[in-house]
Design a protein around this ligand. Sequence first.
Ligand code: FEO
Length: 161
Amino acid sequence: MISQKMQEALNTQVNAEMWSAYLYLAMSMDATDKGIKGVAHWFRKQYEEEMEHAFKIVEYLGSQLAKVELKAIEAVPTTWENPLEMYVQALAHEKKITSNINNLCGQAIEEKDYATQNFLQWFVNEQVEEEASVQEIIDTLHFIGDDQAALFMFDNSLKGR
Ligand code: FEO
């Protein structure tokens, strides 16, 4: 059994993961509107991953016989200037999520909650991957700049995710 404080913190993270899903779904829909189908696909996949992250925590809470509390999900923006703006915002958001995960780890260490420390390790690794993959796309988009042909080709490559 985990502490009440840890239950609450994990429930807050369920909400944060679902908000992430919501954000990326909105980006996917905006990319569809803009005709950038690869970006739309990439964010749709990201939406699915974030829902999986939320479910992972829900299942962990369940396995610890802890209460799962689904809180309201705040509204997200609906439009972005271009793909670069989407990915820059996604990276800023992922850094915030990394900080949340680190705080959860800190709390688990403080409470000598070894099960939760072990559970969170997957998220620690996942955040490293997520930040790196988004950063790579940002770097590529900077490189592409205003070259529409290059952007078209890059967008196509994202369909393979
Ligand atoms: Fe679930 Fe992208 O952090």
